[in-house]
Design a protein around this ligand. Structure first.
Ligand code: SAH
Length: 396
């Protein structure tokens, strides 16, 4: 049996829970939890009134997640199966769409179980565990998944494993092992993914709608700079959308071979594209010296990154990054400004961007905004779960 303990919460957390938030905030607890992660927490208010049952799991977001508001509901395999069934029914359209074979099937708290996400990649399932606590449900989750759907194979990422031990194994869980790269489709584009090779798979599925917009509405005939390009997914979308030329810039040595691979499986001649392994901040300097400018610049930095010369944090440095970008964007050009940082909201993001344009004395308009796509299901009572913010900005 799983350990269980009763935990008293402060009024602040009681009120958050009453509004429907599933997050067990640390500041909302009367005292620190002194128990192993994975322990079930029976939350009560100061008067001892039952509020909900969750699990203890240390994540930067909090101390765990509420699973049920019914104290008689057990949270074992059958519970997880019910959550999975609901989640799968929400994604029926995706399963029936042969043009897109990679998408999210279970989005943590948005689908009723914070700390766990499940992505579908052409018959394979990838589990991502965000705390030691949620990982203690592994056996039940795997059994539930195998019961609810047909899986070729299951892989996993332990996103809480800061020591990076998982890199030593190949993240395989059960079923058949895949052959990698696995080629998946997204709106008819091909992407090479690796489920067995470190923390990231080669594609960020949450940017699907943004890639599609770039491809179908904005890229044709344009020169496109893709900064923090990773495997070049935005460059591929732009090239397929008729871009004159794409330039991809990423610091990671592996990014070059990975980008060549993504271009190649889409029938694009990578020799006609520029792929640069370098620090984006150095690239900005280089581009200014050479008087380069681009019709479209994609800006999708990590929330936090450390390179030899810079420590970058989206929350602090986005305004500066935007200013550098404005300098090398063509008149009437387009900037796609994106962030996946959960530490600030759309309003703050918009303000940071606005400040950059004001400082540069440059007029602009917001053409479109994007947040998480529908398969990244967000519970409307917990809008903080929607971390993705993307603005399409036109220089005027
Ligand atoms: N935009 C990408 C995902 C970016 S992931 C996509 O949609 O697929 C963040 C990337 O930023 C990583 O590949 C990392 O290597 C790169 N990166 C981090 N700091 C950098 C820097 N200073 N200059 C260039 N690339 C950087």
């Amino acid at each position: 049996m799983r350990n269980e303990m009763t935990v008293t919460v402060k009024d602040v957390l009681r009120n958050e829970l009453a509004k429907g938030s599933p997050l067990i905030t640390k500041y909302g607890l009367m005292s620190e939890i002194d128990a192993p992660e994975g322990t079930l927490l029976r939350l009560v208010d100061k008067d001892g009134e039952y509020l909900g049952t969750g699990y203890y799991g240390e994540q930067n977001k909090g101390a765990g997640w509420i699973l049920t508001r019914n104290q008689d509901e057990a949270v074992g395999q059958a519970f997880i199966e019910r959550k999975l069934e609901l989640a799968f029914s929400r994604r029926e359209k995706f399963f029936n769409n042969p043009e897109t074979t990679a998408f999210r099937v279970f989005n943590g708290e948005g689908d009723g179980f914070g700390g766990l996400t499940i992505d579908y990649y052409a018959g394979f399932y990838l589990l991502s565990w965000y705390s030691e606590g949620v990982y203690s449900f592994r056996e039940d989750v795997v059994a539930a998944l195998e019961n609810v759907v047909e899986c070729i194979g299951i892989y996993e990422k332990k996103r809480f494993d800061t020591k990076g031990q998982y890199i030593e194994d190949d993240d395989f869980v059960s079923g058949e092992r895949g052959e990698f790269p696995l080629i998946v489709q997204e709106n008819g584009m091909n992407f090479a993914v690796y489920l067995n090779d470190g923390a990231m798979t080669g594609i960020f599925l949450d940017q699907r709608d943004v890639r599609q917009a770039i491809r179908t509405k904005y890229a044709d005939g344009k020169t496109v700079l893709n900064t923090f390009s990773y495997t070049g997914a935005f460059s591929v979308a732009a090239a397929l959308g008729g871009a004159d030329k794409t330039t991809s810039v990423d610091l990671a040595k592996r990014s070059s071979a990975k980008t060549i691979e993504q271009f190649s499986i889409n029938g694009i001649d990578f020799d006609e594209q520029d792929i640069l392994v370098m620090d984006v901040f150095n690239y900005f300097k280089y581009a200014k010296r050479k008087n380069l400018n681009f019709d479209m610049v994609v800006l999708d930095p990590p929330s936090f990154a450390r390179s030899k010369k810079h420590v970058f944090s989206a929350a602090k440095d986005y305004t500066n990054l935007m200013k550098e970008t404005i300098d090398i964007t063509a008149p009437e050009g387009l900037i796609v400004a994106s962030t996946n940082s959960a530490s600030f909201n759309m309003k703050k993001f918009t303000q940071m961007i606005d400040k950059a344009f004001k400082d540069k004395n440059q007029k602009y308009k917001v053409v479109e905004t994007y947040s998480l796509p529908v398969d990244f299901h967000v519970d409307r009572r917990f809008p903080e779960g929607d971390y993705l913010k993307v603005l399409f900005l036109r220089l005027l």
